[in-house]
Design a protein around this ligand. Structure first.
Ligand SMILES: *[C@@H]1O[C@H](CO)[C@@H](O)[C@H](O)[C@H]1NC(C)=O
Ligand SMILES: *[C@@H]1O[C@H](CO)[C@@H](O)[C@H](O)[C@H]1NC(C)=O
Length: 289
């Protein structure tokens, strides 16, 4: 009697367990693939609809203290990827979305002809979130690295992520200059598993990696290089933006260069004179002996 009630109880529990396991988690719905950066400052969620196979749905979430955040699809290297870059607008009440392409290991440039549809955004709890539908963006010009392409049947679609430094960028300009990334990494997305209902992918503070393989991550290690790159970039940008002409710089650099040359010539002349005097003195001494 006891035993049979035990088994009845066990069967009841067993029947309950799967229903718990399959219950839809609002923060991590089953129909999307989700990537969360190791410091949780950047999130990316991806899903494909059933009908329009060339469209897909993206949600990105970025910590507002970061200057920018980006996801690059279709490549494990900077070159050839299709980039979704996001940053706060000037008033910090909306997100500026900037699709970009990179043809080398330098700053990606604005990709004007990407078709996308804004879905919604929010800025709260120290994070900005943007959802959009990418229209017909399975292909893009990949430059010398070949044609950019996303294979929606892939379980390991090459991707990269990058985070800008903790600074204010705040711009409405989709072409805004980006400071060199502070950390970045490489991961693969299972795209095939996301085929299904057309919906806006969810991203919250409780979202976790789903359908993602992490390949490699780099932080801080390139700090020195990052600082130098930012410095050079800043000088270049300041020069580009400044109205002052370059005459002053040419005059200063030219004068410094001329003065250095003059000083060197003088040094050589003095040294030669000194040498001549010494030789003359030696000759005189020899003559006297
Ligand atoms: C926010 O920006 C998007 C473009 O990224 C725009 O379509 C949308 O209308 C803006 N929303 C508000 C409330 O300004
Ligand atoms: C965007 O819309 C979706 C679906 O309506 C909703 O689940 C999500 O919370 C919204 N996101 C933001 C950032 O408001």
């Amino acid at each position: 009697m006891r035993l049979s009630s035990f088994w009845r109880c066990a069967a009841a529990v067993a029947a309950l367990v799967p229903s718990f396991a399959t219950a839809e988690d609002a923060d991590n719905p089953s129909g999307q693939s989700t990537f969360i950066s190791p410091d949780k400052d950047l999130g990316f969620a991806f899903t494909i609809g059933n009908v329009d196979v060339n469209d897909y749905f993206v949600t990105m979430r970025l910590k507002t203290s970061r200057s920018w955040g980006a996801i690059g699809l279709g490549s494990n290297a900077m070159a050839g990827a299709l980039y979704f870059v996001m940053y706060l607008n000037e008033k910090a009440d909306n997100v500026t979305f900037s699709p970009r392409l990179a043809y080398g290991n330098y700053e990606p440039y604005f990709y004007d002809s990407l078709k996308w549809q804004y879905l919604n955004h929010s800025i709260k709890d120290g994070f900005s979130t943007l959802s959009f539908r990418c229209i017909d963006c399975q292909n893009w010009p990949g430059g010398t690295s070949g044609k950019g392409y996303l294979d929606f049947t892939s379980h390991d679609q090459k991707s990269i992520w990058a985070l800008g430094p903790h600074q204010k960028l705040r711009s409405n300009d989709q072409k805004a200059a980006l400071r060199f990334h502070e950390s970045h990494g490489v991961f693969n997305i299972d795209m095939a598993r996301t085929r299904g209902a057309e919906d806006t992918p969810a991203l919250t503070d409780k979202s976790v990696d789903e359908g993602i393989t992490r390949v490699k991550e780099t932080f801080g290690r390139d700090h020195m290089a990052t600082t130098l790159m930012n410095l050079v970039r800043e000088i270049v940008v300041n020069r580009r933006n400044s109205d002052a002409d370059n005459t002053m710089i040419i005059v200063v650099v030219g004068t410094a260069f001329s003065l250095t040359l003059a000083a060197m010539s003088l040094g050589i002349a003095l040294w030669m004179m000194h040498d001549m005097k010494k030789n003359a003195a030696l000759r005189e001494a020899n003559r006297l002996l």
